[in-house]
Write a protein that binds this ligand. Structure first.
Ligand SMILES: Cc1ncc(COP(=O)(O)O)c(C=O)c1O
Length: 330
């Protein structure tokens, strides 16, 4: 099994459903396993809580018809939501960019999100926060959509298998280029992720853990759901947002940790060559957390093992996720 299958593209790796992780009734009258890995999960849709089976949006929602909407993937650890403020700021930025008015305040969203976690009785997990354009007609004009929908889904998420952090990932460059900012700006975390899905398919077909996406200039942008970092002679480099990288929250945490540990970080264009000759390489993302890369396009990176700087950054990241964040149950 490829180690990242369930956890890339910001998808939570769901716990294998257990015998009691079952909701009833399924349409055919048979029990079915939960999608989110939580028994009796409660999903927030526009101010109300629904079971998995009853949580629905209209077929005329432009989120479905056109990928017109925005989202965030957020983690909570040990009863605290990690970097909630940063995620909400990015959600609001995405909304502003696509002229979508989120029908609540940041404070209201915070309360709804915390309450949704509480309703699901979990202390560690993943939250998918979605704002769709809302119901319109079949025309794509968003002015038809008067009421954006807010959806909050809480899911169980297991960390990658520890082996992955010890051994590192294999990535391949894919032919699918990261969307050009002039066409669809990758800085907007929109519901239109087909660009990333196409890249993910290529990773699957190449039997790799992740796909490396280049921009139109041939420089590295990011992976399908993670930012990319290289380490060379003690300096840590990652592509700038202008190269097509999402302004990742975990990316900024990695900057903070690097500074704390006394390493220099640089946002600069890098090519595949820079990855091949790096001493170390790692990816950052909410779902993937911070994970080493040891092979790219068949080339072994460094000595083929997670490097010492990466390992230190991961260790500090784990401390931060356990100890900081917005309290859920306070
Ligand atoms: C395309 C893309 N790049 C990078 C990331 C990593 O960003 P973050 O660390 O905020 O999860 C994500 C996940 O949100 C993503 O979808």
């Amino acid at each position: 099994m490829k180690t990242t299958d369930a956890a890339v593209l910001d998808e939570p790796k769901i716990h294998e459903p257990t015998a009691d992780a079952v909701v009833e009734p399924a349409i055919e009258g048979r029990p079915r396993p939960t999608t989110v890995g939580i028994k009796d999960a409660k999903i927030y849709v526009d101010g109300k809580f629904y079971t998995e089976a009853d949580a629905k949006v209209s077929v005329f929602d432009h989120g479905l018809l056109y990928g017109d909407g925005i989202f965030e993937g957020i983690r909570f650890y040990n009863g605290r939501v990690f970097r909630l403020g940063d995620h909400l700021d990015r959600l609001w930025d995405s909304a502003r960019s696509i002229c979508l008015e989120i029908p609540m305040t940041k404070q209201g969203m915070t309360e709804a999100l915390l309450e949704t976690i509480r309703q699901n009785h979990v202390r560690d997990g993943y939250v998918r926060l979605v704002v769709t354009r809302g119901i319109g007609n079949l025309g794509l004009n968003p002015t038809q959509c008067k009421w954006p929908s807010v959806i909050i889904i809480v899911a169980a998420i297991t960390l990658y298998h520890e082996n992955l952090y010890r051994k590192g990932l294999t990535i391949v460059t894919c032919a699918t280029r990261r969307c050009n900012a002039g066409a669809l700006n990758p800085a907007v975390k929109s519901l239109n992720y087909l660009n990333n899905v196409m890249a993910r398919l290529e990773a699957n077909l190449a039997d790799a853990d992740e796909a490396l996406m280049l921009n139109d200039a041939g420089n590295v942008a990011e992976c399908t759901a993670d930012n990319v970092f290289v380490v060379k002679r003690g300096q840590i480099v990652t592509p700038p947002v202008t190269a097509g990288a999402l302004r990742g929250i975990t990316r900024s945490v990695a900057f903070e940790i690097a500074a704390e540990l006394g390493f220099k970080t640089l946002k600069a264009d890098i090519t595949r060559h820079d990855i091949y000759v790096a001493d170390e390489c790692f990816l950052t993302g909410t779902a993937a957390e911070i994970v080493p890369v040891v092979k790219a396009d068949g080339r072994v990176i460094g000595n083929g093992k997670p490097g010492p700087i990466t390992t230190r950054i991961i260790a500090r990241f784990r401390e931060m996720t356990r100890e900081t964040g917005t309290p859920i149950f306070a």
